[in-house]
Ligand binder design. Structure first.
Ligand code: NAD
Ligand code: TYD
Length: 369
């Protein structure tokens, strides 16, 4: 069926990969990227596809119900993939209010606009999809019982428990509390009104175009510039890393084939202790820059731990594999090599982001049109 899809947060990290995938793979679809362009939104992430005939960018806030409703009517939208959010845990600790506003009230505005628009159509929910992208952080933290994590760093689980789709929600940070609340609202709109919703909860993503406040791009840039690497606590926290393009592929599959009202966990079975991952980053950057490998290990600087720092995340994504056949396509070593190369080759992108110049891109590209 012909789809007109609003992708919210399409100028951000994961959203830009999802927009690119849909614009390129489905020329018959109309893809509307709706984004407020907060500090995390960067239209330069989509430079390569911005002139495609099946793509439109709309600068708008997901909290602005009237604009959302009017856009859905104007474009006759029949699909929504919702990624827009405040996404950084450290910021949520400093400013929880903004996280509640965007992640909870913004999601609710989007749900309500879609409900009112779709409900009044003769065919109602038929052929519609509201797909909400969420995080594994809503499940809280797992125990870390195997400190070594298998034979190799990243080579095995750091404990025998995993987040499954049945795991109880137990968010700890203001970020995850707000995402958990938004997940509940999405499910409530299915259970109460029959809205065709899907929720997925994914582990930590990495890859090109990630804002350099998150561990991997921040540290690659710091190693390159020989700046200290602030490791929180002892660096023993464990995260399960997934290459962003694999997440985008999963979103494509689930948007088209996922069961309405269902939940899928997405993860790479790829756990890494922060300090081990950081050492891999140092070795890779050093090697690719022609430095002596490991020369920059002295940049590691242990700093005060993050408040409420979740110890371990690990996703069991076997439901997605068994039901829809999805698996990550990249081995971590390959993904990290690709990612480090990308940041080193795109220094201009990084410089524009760190200097704030990227925020002028919208004015230059779109205000003239
Ligand atoms: P990001 O911070 O890189 O991008 C967020 C985007 O949302 C930005 O373009 C920003 O401008 C936009 N936005 C923020 N507030 C908005 C508002 N009020 N109205 C419209 N647009 C707004 O985030 P990301 O890392 O790409 O994450 C995208 C989604 O995926 C989020 O919902 C996040 O919770 C979820 N997620 C992220 C990860 C991860 O590792 N990054 C893992 C699992 C789930
Ligand atoms: P981050 O990329 O912020 O993702 P999340 O908090 O959503 O998992 O952080 C990944 C891990 O790296 C997390 O355990 C916190 C840690 N970290 C540091 O040790 N130093 C840093 O400067 C940052 C940003 C994160």
């Amino acid at each position: 069926m012909r789809r007109t899809i609003i992708i919210t947060g399409g100028a951000g990290f994961i959203g830009s990969h999802v927009v690119r995938l849909f614009v390129e793979k489905y020329p018959e679809y109309r893809i509307i990227n709706l984004d407020k362009l907060t500090y995390a939104g960067n239209l330069a992430n989509l430079k390569d596809i911005e002139n495609r005939p099946n793509y439109r960018f709309v600068k708008a806030d997901i909290c602005d119900f009237d604009t959302l409703f009017a856009l859905m009517q104007e474009e006759q939208v029949n699909g929504i993939i919702h990624l827009a959010a405040e996404s950084h845990v450290d910021r949520s600790i400093k400013d929880p209010f903004t996280f509640a506003l965007t992640n909870v009230m913004g999601t609710l505005s989007l749900l309500q606009a879609a409900k009112l628009y779709w409900e009044c159509l003769p065919e109602k929910w038929e052929g519609k999809r509201f797909y909400h992208i969420s995080t594994d952080e809503v499940y809280g933290a797992l125990e870390l019982t195997n400190l070594e994590g298998g034979n190799e760093p990243g080579g095995g689980p750091f404990g025998d428990t995993f987040f499954t789709e049945e795991t109880k929600y137990q968010p700890h940070s203001p970020y995850s509390a707000a995402k958990a609340s938004s997940d509940h609202f999405v499910r409530a709109f299915h259970d109460t009104y029959g809205m065709p919703t899907i929720v997925t909860n994914c582990s930590n993503n990495y890859g090109p175009y990630q804002f350099p406040e998150k561990l991997i791009p921040l540290f690659i840039n710091n190693i390159r510039n020989r700046k200290p690497l602030p490791v929180y606590g002892k660096g023993e926290n464990v995260r399960d890393w997934l290459f962003v393009e694999d997440h985008a592929r999963a979103i494509d599959l689930i948007f088209h084939k996922g069961k309405i009202a269902d939940t899928y966990n997405i993860g790479g079975f790829n756990e890494w202790k922060n300090i081990d991952l950081i050492k891999v980053l140092i070795h890779t950057v050093d090697r690719l820059l022609g430095r002596r490998e490991g020369e920059d290990l002295n940049l590691i600087t242990y700093v005060t731990d993050r408040a409420g720092h979740d110890l371990r995340y690990a996703i069991d994504s076997s439901k997605l594999k068994n039901e829809l056949g999805w698996e990550p396509s990249l081995q971590f070593e390959e993904g990290i090599e690709k990612t480090v190369r990308w940041y080193l080759d795109h220094q201009e992108w990084m410089d524009n982001v760190t200097s704030g110049d990227y925020q002028k891109y919208y004015e230059e590209m779109y205000s003239k049109r």
